[in-house]
Design a protein around this ligand. Structure first.
Ligand code: FAD
Ligand code: SF4
Ligand code: SF4
Length: 485
């Protein structure tokens, strides 16, 4: 092993080729090219095959990273794919959009001094190769089961659960209020991070695996949760979090101020070839405008970089803490800076100015004070430090909260937490309603795709345990034809 691996001393870290910023600014295509096969093997061989792999411990899916890196270094890509897909339903998606600097790569032991192994890029390479070579096949369960599971939400949590349940032979139906499959993968995350056909081929695979989709179907409006509970033997709620947090400042209602997700969804729909009235009218198009984005998370980063690509005159990102304390990935900030975005750290909006439409954001300088109970330094306004920043389009990217879920699902006995997320028993992943499970952002609050996949997989296991425990007992006492695992 030692001969082929442990090359990190002599082989420097190399990510796949990144397109020049000037070129990236002009289109919505992904910014990284694919590794060539020999380059992927060379980079995988930098891994030192740790006995206690911290990369794996810090991957929410506990992917078997050292083993698939070794197989890649040895050119055994079919086996690398088998191993990688055994723990992750969407390795090519996570390889593209996980904040690896905070997860696997940020905990790689050779990070210090030598730069980490490029785990995400190799993971993406393995699965993209598997798709190209036809190794990714529809699911054919060994035996069909009679029980059906209804999944509400076609985001990564719902899709991962659907795939796992289908593998076990369950009849799976997914309901989504959107017209397309993918949740935030399709309408939130822009193309330059994740091209849409990557998501759409996963949808096709699930359809070919006989998972059925009911799109444009909002649970709580077009069908009730009670009806789904009648129709299916178990129900999984994976509806994400969508209520945008607002800013309490004078002038916040002025035209020209929009919620980040409305803006990103309009851009994604337009990119998918749709006619989007708010884009056509210019309301949600940044072209020729001075754009100010408020916030410091992934959503804010996606807004600034989208605005650049739409041809904005200037793009500023206002964040009340500093660079070291922002929630978004440092890699994304670097990409945005390269593409011409200006970050205004330690600044918060105090008011929005303008007559018929917004013209300026009045921003105040912030000083980070003593840490609060959570350990984070408290932002404090510096008196008389305000400046007016020119703005024709302001995008609010301050995070998301869950909707009123008991009201949305007309289920007053559906328990929620103090943050209004769904309350589950973490051992069974069941909500307060018998046979109703939950996974993803709706349980964790706004989180990451990789955690949604993890939750979806865990929920599928718990649903399987629940249904197999119930299997011998039917209403008329007859045993159900359930296959042994
Ligand atoms: P979602 O993806 O939100 O899917 C929920 C689905 O449920 C949606 O399709 C919705 O239409 C449907 N739904 C909701 N209510 C109903 C109802 N009543 N009836 C029927 N259907 C319903 N994470 C990363 O790891 N990396 C990133 O780079 C990244 N970038 C992001 C950028 C943006 C702009 C945003 C907003 C998020 C980003 N995230 C990122 C977070 C990530 O997208 C989410 O954590 C993840 O998608 C959550 O998955 P989910 O399946 O729980 O919910
Ligand atoms: Fe890293 Fe994400 Fe892949 Fe895990 S799933 S190995 S955290 S890129
Ligand atoms: Fe390899 Fe780094 Fe993981 Fe160690 S921590 S097994 S060097 S990728």
């Amino acid at each position: 092993m030692a001969e082929r691996m442990l090359k990190f001393v002599g082989t420097p870290q190399a990510l796949p080729e990144k397109r020049p910023a000037a070129e990236r600014r002009r289109d919505f295509q992904e910014i990284y090219a694919q590794y060539a096969r020999d380059k992927a093997a060379e980079q995988a061989a930098r891994c030192s095959q740790c006995g206690v792999p911290f990369c794996q411990i810090h991957c929410p899916l506990h992917n078997n990273i050292p083993d698939w890196l070794k197989l890649t270094a040895e050119g055994r890509l079919d086996e690398a794919y088998e191993l990688s897909s055994a723990t992750n339903n969407f390795p090519e998606i996570c390889g593209r959009i996980c904040p690896q600097d905070r997860l696997c790569e940020g905990n790689c032991v050779i990070e210090k001094g030598f730069e980490s192994v490029t785990i995400g890029a190799v993971e993406k390479f393995i699965t993209d190769t598997a798709w190209d070579r036809g190794w990714v096949k529809p699911i054919q369960p060994r035996r069909e089961r009679v029980e059906s599971v209804g999944i509400v939400g076609a985001g990564p949590a719902g899709l991962a659960a659907a795939e796992q349940l289908r593998r076990k032979g369950y009849q799976v139906a997914i309901y989504d209020r959107y017209d397309r499959v993918g949740g935030l993968l399709i309408y939130g995350i822009p193309n330059f991070k994740l091209e849409k056909d990557i998501v759409q081929r996963r949808e096709t695979l699930l359809r070919d695996s006989k998972v059925s989709f009911h799109l444009n179907c909002e649970v709580g409006r077009d069908v009730s949760l009670a009806q789904l509970r009648e129709r299916h033997d178990a129900v999984l709620l994976a509806t994400g979090v969508y209520k945008a947090r607002d800013i309490a400042a004078p002038g916040v209602g002025l035209p020209g101020i929009a919620a980040a997700l409305d803006y990103l969804t309009a851009s994604n729909r337009q990119g998918l070839g749709e006619k989007v009235p708010d884009f056509e009218s210019g309301a949600l198009d940044a072209k020729g405008k001075n754009v100010v984005v408020i916030g410091g998370g992934d959503t804010a980063m996606d807004c600034v970089r989208t605005a650049v690509r739409q041809g904005a005159k200037s793009v500023k990102c206002l964040y009340r803490r500093d660079r070291a304390n922002m929630p978004g990935s440092q890699r994304e900030v670097k990409h945005a800076e390269e593409e011409g975005v200006e970050f205004v750290w330690l600044s918060a909006p105090q008011a929005f100015l303008g007559n018929d439409t917004v013209s300026h954001v009045r921003s105040v300088r912030i000083h980070l004070g003593m840490p609060d109970a959570s350990g984070r330094q408290t932002p404090q306004e510096i008196p008389n430090s305000h400046v007016n920043i020119e703005a024709d389009l302001v995008l609010k990217a301050l995070g998301f909260d869950p909707e009123d879920l008991p009201a949305m699902f007309a289920a007053s006995d559906l328990a929620v937490t103090g943050w209004n997320t769904l309350k589950i028993d973490w051992r069974s992943m069941m909500t307060s309603l018998d046979g109703v499970f939950a996974a993803g952002d709706i349980v964790r609050g706004a989180s990451l795709v990789v955690w949604a996949v993890r939750d979806g997989r865990d929920a599928a296991e718990r649903i399987h345990s629940y249904l197999t425990a119930k299997a011998p007992m039917t209403a008329n006492g007859a045993a159900l034809p359930v296959a042994a695992e």
